[in-house]
Design a protein around this ligand. Structure first.
Ligand code: GDP
Ligand code: GDP
Length: 434
């Protein structure tokens, strides 16, 4: 999926515009909270083309120097990571020195840039927008983030430069993405699997490495391993490292079938790790949790493992049907078990249940425990079927679908999980009108 970044000075209206695009599309919004102040990532689409949108935001309080450095970083980030850039300026304040500086950086890059002159809420201001020609772009788009005017023209042109949304061939190899925070041991894990020093493993996060796909064959099963360890050399700042790695994870997650979420046992299943977990869950990807550096945990016994598992599952509620494998990339302990588990999860995600078998099992359960009556009305579910989607989705047909609430859907999901193996995969339940 393409990435579009919005850059510009603080207060020009980036987040207002971002929110408009995301909400209008009712897309998933993933605030990667805690990564940096308030950079946001979300999904949007226009004319049938989906893209990920980053608001490189970040309101900075401090001296002008810090301010400028921060904006330069934002722009660099956008140039590195995005397929297209929306450069936002503010008609109220006119052209500022900082706008000129950003324009210069952007013009040097080869990325397509769309100059959006924001806060053009009225015809008068349309006039004022002309001065932005001085920034040296061929064209500008007068818009109003507040009332939405002008954004259609901008988006029409923007999506034209984005590559077609990829569709996946059936005979394409399954993709397993190795994701996690910097230094969790992703490269070490991949190295250990491949058995040769193909990747540079280093303690210094920040070595130049790009994300690499490796074709791999194990258990008579072929797949692509996607390494997301790549971190650009420029990012010396810790929070930027995090952001790069999260962006890379975001991309990898969208393109994969199963994620192998690596985290450092000595650091815990913290907020950043959870962000990645939920991102994968919302994108309906298979998930295997790898607790790495298990060799460093002292005085381990069965109990330690059980407690650790319980702790992780607690963080994953309500999606707890996820495999957890304790590994050490260093000693190679259970690294093949990790792959084996990912293969199982992949199979679970592709599992198709025959309609007859599904009804044979589910209808008696529903009969015994029907949805609770609401306002004196009884809900009847008469039939269910699995939909032909890439991840497991089930439709239950009912006379009064709107009366079936979340807890009952969860009940159905749990029953499905009891009878069919969907370990590691999100399951979606739809209640439809019969
Ligand atoms: P950011 O710092 O670039 O993300 O800017 P914000 O989206 O937070 O907006 C800064 C201020 O500009 C807020 O007070 C917004 O309400 C205002 N604003 C944003 N878009 C428009 C617009 O199209 N017209 C007007 N008049 N104000 C706007
Ligand atoms: P990445 O940024 O996620 O790719 O992490 P690396 O693979 O570069 O590993 C970061 C550091 O953790 C390196 O110093 C590795 O040697 C170390 N490391 C990785 N896996 C293990 C492990 O299982 N046990 C121990 N003790 N150290 C590990």
């Amino acid at each position: 999926m393409s990435i579009v970044a919005i850059v510009g000075r603080p207060n020009v209206g980036k987040s207002t515009f971002f929110n408009r695009l995301i909400q209008r599309r009712e897309a998933i919004v993933d605030a990667i909270s805690g990564v940096t102040r308030d950079r946001h990532y979300g999904k949007s689409d226009w004319n049938g083309k989906e893209f990920s949108l980053i608001d490189t935001g970040g309101y900075v309080v401090g001296s002008d120097d810090i301010f400028e450095a921060e904006i330069d970083k934002q722009v660099e980030l956008a140039i590195d990571e995005a397929d297209a850039i929306i450069f936002m300026v503010d008609v109220e304040s006119g052209v500022t020195g900082m706008d000129e500086e950003v324009a210069q950086l952007l013009r040097k890059s080869k990325k397509p840039v769309f100059l959006a002159v924001n806060k053009v809420d009225s015809a008068n201001r349309l006039h004022d927008a002309v001065e932005f020609y001085s920034l040296g772009f061929e064209k500008y788009y007068p818009i109003s983030g507040i009332n939405g005017s002008g954004s259609g023209d901008l988006l029409d042109d923007l999506v034209k430069v984005l590559p077609e949304t990829e569709t996946r061939d059936d005979d394409e190899l399954p993709r397993f993405a190795v994701v996690g925070r910097p230094n969790a041991g992703k490269s070490s894990f991949i190295n250990a699997l491949i058995g040769e020093e193909r990747f540079v493993v280093t303690d210094i996060a920040g070595t130049t490495r790009d994300s690499i796909d490796t074709k791999y064959n194990r258990f008579g099963f072929e797949f692509n391993l996607v390494d997301t360890a790549g971190i650009r050399k420029k990012s010396k700042v810790k929070e930027d490292l995090e952001f790069y790695s999260v962006m890379r994870s975001v991309r990898a997650i969208e393109h994969c079938d199963v994620i192998m979420l690596v985290f450092d046992a000595t650091r815990g299943f913290d907020g950043q790790v959870q962000n990645i977990f939920w991102l994968a869950e919302r994108n309906n990807k298979g998930i295997v949790i790898l607790v790495n550096k298990w060799d460093l945990v002292e005085g381990k016994d069965n109990r330690t493992t059980k407690d650790f598992e319980a702790y992780i599952r607690k963080q994953c509620e309500p999606f707890t049907d996820v495999p957890i494998v304790f590994i050490s990339a260093l000693t190679k302990q259970r690294i093949f078990k990790a792959i084996e588990t990912a293969v199982e999860v992949f199979k679970n995600r592709s599992r198709r249940i025959k309609t007859s078998q599904l009804n044979d099992i589910m209808l008696p359960i529903i009969q015994t425990t029907p949805p609770p009556a609401l306002k004196g009305k009884y809900v009847k579910i008469k039939f269910c079927t699995q939909l032909p989607t890439p991840h497991p989705c089930f439709a239950f047909f009912a006379n009064l679908p709107q009366y079936v609430k979340e807890p009952y859907k969860r009940f159905l999901e749990n029953k499905l999980r009891e009878h069919f193996d969907f370990t590691g995969v999100p399951v979606t339940i739809y209640i439809r009108k019969k």
